[in-house]
Design a binder for this molecule. Structure first.
Ligand code: GDL
Length: 682
């Protein structure tokens, strides 16, 4: 009776970009052995001879390195599978091509490798004319070459095939009706296992039903190539959340799981550790000698618990001083020629001197926070979600700050808590920067810097909303420092595309309308009056039009006072004028018109008046934001140092708008209770 084959578990180095170093791979094998993961699939997309130059044999120096690597894997009981991706340019029907492939794999076999894989992911599906003549379909071509290579290598115990349609989303019209998959399932020799990424390339969830469906078509249980932690498709993402949303009931239905994680080697501690915890739920998972403390194992896999276990172990890694890249140890001597203080006694500052800077150690809480901020592709961690929700609430309720109601106290207390959460991120950054293990830090550095500055901006914004800080300096500045906004040309392109942001936590419909912002001309007067009337009706709450208190800007909008030169703009959509923005450099004449006290000291700081309205059907806020931006630039160019506006409390839409563009409530004498004055310095 043949013994059941063990569940394949481990890592596929299958991402685009810089491959890991031999040193990192050695470290990986040590970890895999410790945690009970038995397989490593060598498939770095941008390794020269894995894909682009797949025909080229390895040089003597490269051979030496690969031989050493394969042997290290064996020493750590990790099965080394060598993968090759000939699909970019192979001609399947040319026997010389097939021979070139076999020759290359023979060479790797001579290095001591016993397990192989042929990958056909991410390639053109159109065959060249020669192949079209020789094969009735792309699937037939791939199956023919794979079966031939498999037999040539003596039918290795482990041989993996990656189809071109490697997830549900790529199958036409569906998994069960894909002729490509049916041919692969029927004609690929039964000893060959098939890789599968789940419903999508990066699958949010993988269900038992979906695996049952694909297994029926493939006529075998697939090996999951899991991209849950892969980050090669976006340089701003890193995934430090636990292995998740794959029920352990899948395990008996699968041939194995290999995770294709983050490009950066060191931050993959969590991805691989939690996968190892998950794999412990396989029938043979508990039988390894893995050091993961399986006493008292939970009857179910719990992602949060698996995460904590991983973070506890990771914390030790951060503190380690003997790993690659670790800070030099104080007590070593001859291998550290650069260290000049060897042998000298430690520096002790005198009573009047600076105290020595001693960094606080990193905590488990810091690592939990880090993981929450860089969690998983379809989910932020709990702290990140809370921070986003709180910022959203603070933004939408900032009118409460001026109103001095019951909600003012709540707003202030929540703003304070938000500030503390931001401070925790900064502290985490500081402690990480001081960790002994520099290799981990350097892999994390760009990401933690990015989140630190993102949080810094949010924090400054909340301070502005609360009446502290200088809004115009950081957030509304026409020429902010490059770190004052997220940059890069790619980001600019994204912001111009209609789908930008529609996958964010707070979704908005895609915006496709084209708007024109142009200078106001006298003919627009009637349209502006119409918009004023319409928005007064919709923004006036239940108060009848006649009973609404007059606003200082009414004369301006009604055309009774002309706006200052170059200080009037209108917005047009496909139908006509749908919004306007007007300003008076000196607001005193408008104030006098409605008999407001013109001696108000507020006019010193905010001498100019602005008013803006956009019809409610314009749900895209960007044209209005651009318009007010242009208007404020003109007012500033006219020498003004600040602008203010008046808004009715019932007009929540405009209150939100002004808040969003960094206006804050200001005190003004003689203001009717239903009216709020808001201002911004220029
Ligand atoms: C893919 C590629 C993989 C890449 C991943 C994430 C497979 C089978 N192939 O499609 O190399 O790292 O997406 O970008 O997943």
């Amino acid at each position: 009776m043949s013994t059941p084959r063990r569940f394949i578990s481990g890592v596929v180095e299958g991402f685009y970009g810089r491959p890991w170093t031999m040193e990192q791979r050695t470290e990986l094998f040590k970890r895999q052995q410790k945690w009970g993961l038995n397989t490593y699939l060598y498939a770095p997309k941008d390794d020269y001879k894995h894909r682009m130059y797949w025909r080229d044999l390895y040089t003597a120096v490269e051979a030496e390195q690969l031989i050493a690597l394969i042997s290290v894997a064996q020493q750590h009981d990790v099965e080394f599978i060598y993968a090759i991706s000939p699909g970019l340019d192979v001609t399947f029907s040319n026997p010389r091509e097939v021979t070139a492939l076999k020759r290359k794999l023979d060479q790797v076999k001579s290095f001591g490798c016993r397990s192989f894989s042929l990958l056909f992911d991410d390639i053109e599906t159109e065959m060249c004319p020669a192949d079209k003549q020789a094969f009735s379909s792309f699937a037939h071509a791939q199956v023919a070459i794979t079966n031939s290579v498999y037999q040539h290598l003596g039918e290795p115990e482990t041989f993996l095939f990656c189809p071109t349609d490697y997830c549900d989303a790529f199958c036409t019209p569906s998994v069960s009706q894909s002729s490509y998959l049916h041919i692969v399932g029927e004609e690929l020799l039964p000893g060959i296992d098939i890789l599968w990424t789940g419903p999508k390339v990066v699958s949010h969830k993988i269900s038992v039903e979906s695996i049952e469906e694909v297994s029926t078509v493939l006529k075998r249980a697939p090996v999951i190539w899991d991209n849950i932690h892969a980050n090669d498709y976006d340089p701003q993402r890193l995934f430090l959340g636990p292995y998740k949303d794959r029920p352990t009931e899948l395990i008996p239905k699968l041939r194995g799981v290999l995770t294709n994680p983050n490009c950066e080697f060191y931050p993959n501690f969590v991805a691989i550790h939690t996968l190892a915890t998950w794999c412990k739920y396989s029938p043979d998972g508990g039988q390894t000698d893995a050091e993961m403390g399986d006493e008292g194992q939970d009857p179910c896999y719990r992602p949060q618990k698996a995460l904590t276990l991983a973070l506890i172990d990771w914390l030790q890694e951060f503190q380690s001083t003997d790993g690659p890249g670790a800070r030099l140890k104080k007590d070593s001597s001859d291998e550290e020629p650069m260290q000049t203080d060897v042998g000298e006694s430690a520096y002790v500052p005198g009573p009047e001197e600076n105290p020595l800077y001693t960094a606080e150690p990193l905590t488990l809480y810091d690592l939990k926070l880090l993981s929450d901020l860089f969690y998983l592709p379809y989910e932020h961690g709990l702290t990140a979600r809370t921070m986003l929700q709180e910022l959203d609430w603070l933004k939408n309720h900032s009118s409460a700050v001026a109103a001095n109601t019951d909600q003012t106290a709540e707003w202030r207390s929540r703003a304070q808590q938000f500030d503390e959460m931001c401070e925790a991120v900064v502290q985490m950054f500081n402690r990480l920067s001081n960790a002994s293990n520099r290799s981990i830090l350097y892999d994390l550095y760009n990401y933690i810097c990015d989140i630190k500055s993102g949080v810094g901006l949010a924090r400054a914004y909340v301070k502005t909303l609360g009446g502290h800080g200088q809004p115009s300096a950081q957030l509304m500045n026409d020429e902010p420092e490059p770190w004052g906004f997220r940059g890069g040309l790619s980001g600019e392109f994204q912001r111009m595309l209609p789908c930008h942001g529609n996958r964010d936590l707070f979704r908005h419909p895609p915006m496709t309308q084209v708007y024109c912002i142009r200078p106001y001309c006298p003919e627009d007067k009637v349209q502006v009056q119409r918009i004023l009337k319409e928005t007064r009706c919709s923004g006036g709450g239940s108060t009848p039009l006649m009973m609404q208190p007059p606003l200082i800007c009414d004369g301006l909008s009604a055309g009774e006072l002309p706006p200052s030169p170059h200080c009037a703009l209108v917005i047009e959509d496909g139908v006509g004028v749908c919004g306007y923005a007007l300003a008076l450099i000196d607001a005193k004449q408008a104030a006098a018109k409605i008999q407001r006290a013109v001696s108000d000291p507020m006019f010193e700081d905010f001498p100019s008046l602005v008013t803006m309205q956009v019809l409610p059907h314009v749900t895209d806020s960007s044209p209005a934001k651009r318009t007010i931006g242009h208007l404020l630039s003109s007012v500033r160019n006219n020498g003004s140092k600040g602008v203010f506006c008046e808004v009715r409390r019932s007009d929540q839409r405009m209150l939100n708008f002004y808040t969003n563009v960094s206006f804050k409530p200001i005190k003004m004498a003689g203001l009717p209770p239903e009216v709020i004055a808001m201002g911004t310095r220029l």
